[in-house]
Design a binder for this molecule. Structure first.
Ligand code: COD
Length: 301
């Protein structure tokens, strides 16, 4: 059972270390994060990109590359993404990390119908937060991949998060479907989706978790707020997962927790045959390390 994000580091270190292919690794912030992850022994990197530039940046960072594999590619970042995908397919890499490449370009390589890493499932982004103001880890999904998920896509986003929780040893995660209000309102699609998702969960069509909503975020994370508003639910004030209505709401919650809420997080895209780490330039060092560790844990068993 995972109680805080440092548990990801412990789990990533267990057994064989996973190999993460770093796409367009010729970037100072990315190599800095990779160096920290190597020092923390959470993964083995496979750097893909312009070898000359990678080595030059590594020297500046005092990052010893003598035992790090580098695949030289000077054909650009999109080609590095295709190489990373092929390394996952051949079993030489277990995960992918975004370097100096636009997010969309990397995701399109992963989604490529011919050579990508599709599994038939929806790919979704999730972020596992550790906040000083919450009594357990809190997953926010989807802040970075699915732009305006419909009901079926929301089912799959929940299933991806639940699968990750099961892998991390939490058997029955509580999922709060976020909206602006607690009552279904025909003008607010998020509330209607929430009611349907809750019903699907009650009827056994969405399993392995307890789903409730619609909940405003205060109800989802505060028992006191829930009692105050007369909401009686085992999910209210104790949720593990917040399902955001769309990418804007998810992204704002993600950024607010990181920049205003004193939280750190670990995030990844899951649902493909390997996890994808999308660290943002503005993420702090712990968030980058925890994200790499999360990717190294997913699928580890
Ligand atoms: N899971 C599985 N398959 C998908 C998914 C998904 N989440 N998204 C698209 N696909 C498949 C589609 O079924 C289709 O076959 C193919 O991929 C292309 O889909 P389109 O036409 O929607 O593809 P694009 O290129 O217009 O968009 C795909 C992106 C992932 C690039 C797009 O969803 C996107 O831009 N998402 C936001 C990414 C982003 O900017 N994040 C940064 C936030 S920090």
């Amino acid at each position: 059972m995972l109680n805080d994000l440092s548990g990801l580091i412990t789990k990533a270190r267990e057994g064989d270390k996973r190999t993460i292919a770093v796409v367009a690794a010729e970037d100072v912030l990315i190599l800095d994060a990779v160096r920290d992850a190597v020092a923390a022994e959470v993964m083995t990197p496979l750097l893909i990109g312009d070898k000359g530039k990678i080595e030059k940046i590594a020297r500046r960072l005092d990052f010893d590359l003598s035992r790090v594999d580098i695949l030289d590619n000077r054909e650009g970042a999109a080609a590095s993404a295709r190489i990373a995908v092929s390394k996952v397919k051949s079993g030489e890499a277990d995960g992918i990390m975004k370097g100096h490449i636009p997010t969309g370009d990397l995701l399109r390589a992963v989604l490529d119908k011919g050579v990508g890493l599709r599994t038939g499932r929806l790919l979704s982004h999730l972020a596992l937060f550790q906040s000083p103001y919450y009594h357990k880890l809190l997953c926010v999904t989807d802040a970075a991949m699915n732009i305006a998920p419909d009901l079926d896509e929301k089912v799959q986003i929940i299933q991806n998060a639940v699968m990750m929780y099961h892998q991390l040893g939490i058997e029955m995660p509580k999922v709060a479907v976020a909206a602006a209000v607690e009552m279904p309102n025909s003008k607010m699609e998020a509330t209607l989706h929430a009611s349907l998702l809750k019903a699907m969960n009650r009827e056994g069509a969405l399993t392995g978790c307890i789903v409730d909503g619609p909940f405003a975020v205060d109800i989802a994370v505060s028992r006191k707020a829930a009692l105050h508003k007369g909401v009686d639910s085992q999910v209210a004030g104790d949720c593990d997962v917040i399902l955001a209505p769309d990418i804007e709401a998810g992204n704002m919650l993600y950024k607010a927790l990181n920049f205003l809420g004193g939280a750190v997080c670990a995030s990844a895209i899951i649902g493909a045959s390997a996890p994808v780490v999308l660290t943002s330039r503005s993420d702090d060092e712990r968030t980058k390390l925890y994200s790499i560790a999360l990717a190294a844990c997913i699928g580890k068993g």
